[in-house]
Design a protein around this ligand. Sequence first.
Ligand code: B12
Ligand code: SF4
Length: 503
Amino acid sequence: MARIAFPVTTCHEFEGVKVLSAALKQAGHQTDCFVTSEERDFAGAVRDYEPDVIGLYATTGQEKWAYPHIDSWRREFSHLKVVMGGPHPSFDTDVLLDEEYVDATIKGEAEQALVDLVAAWEANLSITDIPNVGYLRQEKPCQNPIRPIVQDLDTLPFPDVDIFYKYPFLRNKRVLQVHASRGCQNNCTYCTVPLMKKEWVSDRKREKFNRTKSVDYLCEEILDILARYPNFRMVNFGDAALNMYRGWVDEFAEKWPKLVGLPFACNVNINYLNENDIVCLKRAGCASVQFGLESGSEDVRLHVYKKGYTDDHVERIPRLFKKHKIAFRTNNMMGSPVETLDDMFATARVNRRIRPDGCTVLIYRPFKSTVLGREDFELERVDVGKDIGPSLHHDSQLLRDDVREIVNLQKLFNLAVYLPGGEALVRRLIRLPRNPIFEWIGLAFLWYQHAVVSGYGMSDDFKLGLKNLGQVFGRRVGGTHRYGGESTNQFLDTLDTGLDARV
Ligand code: B12
Ligand code: SF4
């Protein structure tokens, strides 16, 4: 039996960590997670747990946040092993070169791989033949091929929420975070999910990346949580799209209200959505949905982002949301390599026309794990020396002359959408230097969308803000990003819960 600790630097219950914890417990191990903002002495809490293995989840930009802590834990426990998983190490194993911090990585879905890795470490066996595992061989990162992914999500144990809900803030907030599926029908070029779809499957014939839990399993999972944590008043589905398979929402609309009966918010893919789905969502108790509009230009949306949303989808589906009284929020992206500032204002105008209940606006980031991002790196459109931290809220890493305007527009976008005459005003304002007032305006809109439109609740959001306020503007120290709890803008990252999986 080994003891595995999952340090987490965003105040949010991570589905990946929950499912891994459940798999490890099923294999007879002990697990716990440690959320930086929720611990008085975070490093001490992990140390007191006396872990054998540290498991780190990382998106690109946050892969090194725990290094200083690992240093101190390693000094305490000489046998300690560290494994990193999630999107970043799944596509880039260079973290293995930091061998003083990382012993192994796991590519893709890790339920079985992590159990195998921990067992090998426990028995002092070699890890070099374990599928999915990455390790350092002759000073070079070496990635093993991956095993088939779990095809039937119902065969997995329920995600282990207890390691997160030991924290009063997480268990007493209004919204319960849940996942009903994995994968996505679309293949957007700015998103990592399509490359997961390609690289996280083993090439076994008919292996499916897009999977849903059965409605029965999902309802049982929620009831199991609510039996122990009864304070939740709403559910937020973190999936790419709740309408993953036609027919699933029909069954969901039948069973969810009877078995669970909580209102919920979710993401939808509007190119796969018809009026019947919307009626079913409403009947099931859907309070709000969000989808990625991303660009006002159909050409960019269809041909560059390959989003699959035509102008007809973008105009027609929101009318149906309004007809059936479901609030909707759009996700929008500023500053991709193909858009001019005028195009970005066109995105604001489309929003103005379709009148969403809120607009989330993020700054395009060139990930090496996306089709468009890979092109950016190849064509040298990226300011590679510029450290923008992990987030999509703060800065652009593209080599463009109008970065200041883009970043300002991201903050002021909602004024251009909702304020009469807003576009003309915002066109002028974005030429000013970046400043805290714009940041606060952006933050206020984000808070409104999260608290009100997504139903998260004013009070929870306010508390979340207070917890992490110091991190909102304290992200840069001496011009370089300081990895670690103090500087990773967890507040903004956590607020962004609705997400069209692009977050
Ligand atoms: C829900 C979600 C969120 C939630 C929860 C955080 C999270 N990452 O789980 C919130 C809203 C907080 C969030 C925030 C952000 N997110 Co987010 N998010 C997602 C989303 C839609 C689903 C993740 C999920 O739960 N999947 C279901 C579970 C079961 O799968 P999983 O998480 O991949 O876990 C499996 C493996 O990764 C692995 N694994 C997971 N954890 C660990 C840990 C160890 C030790 C090991 C070995 C393996 C391992 O095993 C798991 C089980 O098989 C993904 C898209 C996607 N489909 O992955 C984007 C995604 C992960 N987010 C992304 C981004 C960019 C962000 C933000 C930076 C956005 C921002 N606000 O600026 C922040 C970063 C916050 C953070 N600390 O992670 C990107 C990452 C891109 C990249 N290449 O790095 C993704 C891929 C979307 C995209 N743009 O393509 N996000
Ligand atoms: S951006 Fe959203 S819709 Fe597009 S591939 Fe990613 S998860 Fe799917």
